[in-house]
Each structure stands twice: as C-alpha cells, then as structure tokens.
Design a protein around this ligand. Sequence first.
Ligand SMILES: *[C@@H]1O[C@H](CO)[C@@H](O)[C@H](O)[C@H]1NC(C)=O
Ligand SMILES: *[C@@H]1O[C@H](CO)[C@@H](O)[C@H](O)[C@H]1NC(C)=O
Length: 371
Amino acid sequence: MSTVIKFLQATTVAILILVLSTTVRSCPPSERAALLAFKAALHDSYLGIFNSWTGADCCHKWYGVSCDKETRRVADINLRGESEDPIFERAHRTGYMTGYISPAICKLTRLSSITVADWKNISGEIPRCITSLPFLRIIDLIGNRISSTIPSDIGRLHRLTVLNVADNAISGNIPPSLTNLRSLMHLDIRNNQISGPIPKDFGRLPMLSRALLSGNKISGPIPDSISRIYRLADLDLSRNQVSGPIPESLGKMAVLSTLNLDMNKLSGPIPASLFNSGISDLNLSRNGLNGNLPDVFGARSYFTVLDLSYNSLKGPIPKSMGLASYIGHLDLSYNHLCGKIPVGSPFDHLEASSFVYNDCLCGKPLKVCAN
Ligand SMILES: *[C@@H]1O[C@H](CO)[C@@H](O)[C@H](O)[C@H]1NC(C)=O
Ligand SMILES: *[C@@H]1O[C@H](CO)[C@@H](O)[C@H](O)[C@H]1NC(C)=O
C-alpha cells in the first residue's frame, strides 16, 4: 500500500516538474502568435525558411529565432537571404521573399535585434511601432524593397547601435530625432530615395563610427558638427546633392580614415587640412571644387586613394606631394591644372590617366614640357 502511495507521489512530483519546466522553457503563447503573424505576412516560395516554425515552443529550433535563456522571451529575429547556411546551399540559390514586415513584431517587447536582410522583394513599410521596442539594438533591413520613411520618432531607441536600411526604396528625410540615438555606432542608409538636409546637430551622435549615406537625394551643406564625432572613421556622402564648402574641421578628426564626397555639388577650395590628416581614402571626384591644390603634403599624408578628378581645380601640382608617405591611386584628371608634373615618388609609378584632361600639365607620364 505505502509503496503504491510513494509511487503515486513520486509520479505526481515528476509530472509537476515536467509541466513546470515546459511552461518555463516554452516561449509565451503571445510571442508565438506574434511570430506566426510575422510569418503570415511574408512569402518564401523557394527555401522554406519558415518550415521549422511549428510546435508550441518558438524558442526551440525555429529558424532565425532566438530567445533570452532566462526569460524565454524572443530576443532576436535573424533572417538573412544571403548566407552560408545549408538551407541556401541545398537550394542552390539566394533568398527571395515577397510580402511585408508585419507590425505584429512590435508585440515582441523584449526584442533586441531584427534582421530581415537581402530578401530582395519585401516591400511595404518599416513598421511605425518599431520605435516602441525599448530593448532594440539592431535594425537591419538591407536589400529589400521597403518604401516608407524612417519613423520620425526613431530617436526613442536609446539602445540602438545599428540602423541599416541600405538598398531599399526609402524616402522622406533623415528624421531630426535620429540625432538622439546616443548608442548608434553604425548608420547605413545607402541607396535609397532619402532627401532633405543632414540634421545640423548630426555631431551629437557620440558613438557613431560609420555614417554611410551615399546614393540618395540628400541636399544642403555638410554640418560642421560632424567633426565633433570622435569615433567617426568612415563618412560616405557620395552620390547626393550636398552643396557648399567642405568643412576644414573634417581634416582634424581623430580617426576619420575614409571620406567619400564624390558626385555632389560641393564648391569652394579643398581645405588644406584634408591633405595632412589621418584620411587615407579620399574621393572628392565630380564636384565643383575650385582653387589651387594646397601645398601641404607631408609625412602624415598617406593615401591609398586620392581622387580629385572632375572638378575645377587650377594651378600647379604641389611640390610637397612628393613628401607624402604614400599615394597609391591618384586621379587629378578633368580639372584645370597647369605646369610641370613633379618627378620622383609618387609620380614615377602613375600613368597618364591620372593627369589627362587638364589645361596644360606636362612632363612624364604626359608629353614633355615645351621649354
Ligand atoms: C514582388 O512583390 C510585389 C509586391 O508584393 C509583387 O506584386 C510582385 O509580383 C513580386 N515580384 C516577384 C517577381 O515575385
Ligand atoms: C571616386 O568617385 C567617382 C564618382 O563616384 C567614381 O567614379 C570613382 O571610381 C571613385 N574613385 C575611386 C578610386 O574609387
């Protein structure tokens, strides 16, 4: 008798533990429902990436979903249409999805990252409610066909470190609130239809290290405040309609190494500071820059790329250019430069194409000077 009772007690305890552990370990049903609504708005006819999204526990083997280990709340959605995952190898193709990103994801209130990248035909908008997710650190929607604006209250996301919406069809301006993103390290809005100015107080982003804004319709001046961003290493404003002068202060930044301002409407002279700075990749091609080239090259000048082609630069090639530590790729073509090309490094390894279509440059590698 007593053994039977003991057995029953033991079984009850075991069942209880089992029930408790599964309810603790499973994701909350409301989160599972939110994920299923997210899935329902997307159509993947080639890979079957959502085939694993079945069963009660959305934290267990749902492709691209991961949960916080303690709380079992959904923390990351990570769906990349171009990756090394075996799913892609088996299908011999990259991802392709249509549909839109359902606002249901905003019910996942512990979400820390949302990556829905390179699916090529996901359209619709960035759900407005995304700005109400207080734990969001990463928004990566690169390579789709999303066409809304960037939510105007994006600045609410105080933990956001990555905002990548490159290669979409996003329009509207850069929301002024964006400069409240105190944690933002990586901003990539390349190749969209974004217009209007760069916010004047852009320099308030203390953690920013990459600002990639190329291939939009951004206009207005380059705000001086940018030079206050201590960690900024890569600034790409190319292929926009940015106008006015290049701020001298850009050449005095601590870690700026890539500055691409090509294909804009910049005017005025090239600030001397740019030639004697930490910048190693400088493209100012296809603007309206004028004046002489500052004769300030020195040991600090180290350029893997120095492209100043298609401007209105005049005067001679500065002699000090020969004092630069290194100039790999130099392009001075299509300007109004005149005079003898200096001899020695770096000029002895450059080809004529670096110097063609100027007013009256001469000497090696162009034709000899007249006298
Ligand atoms: C791309 O998405 C749009 C809108 O959802 C749809 O009408 C179109 O058929 C899709 N294109 C292809 C090739 O699937
Ligand atoms: C500089 O920018 C121009 C215009 O966008 C581009 O054609 C050129 O290839 C760039 N130069 C280098 C060296 O990348």
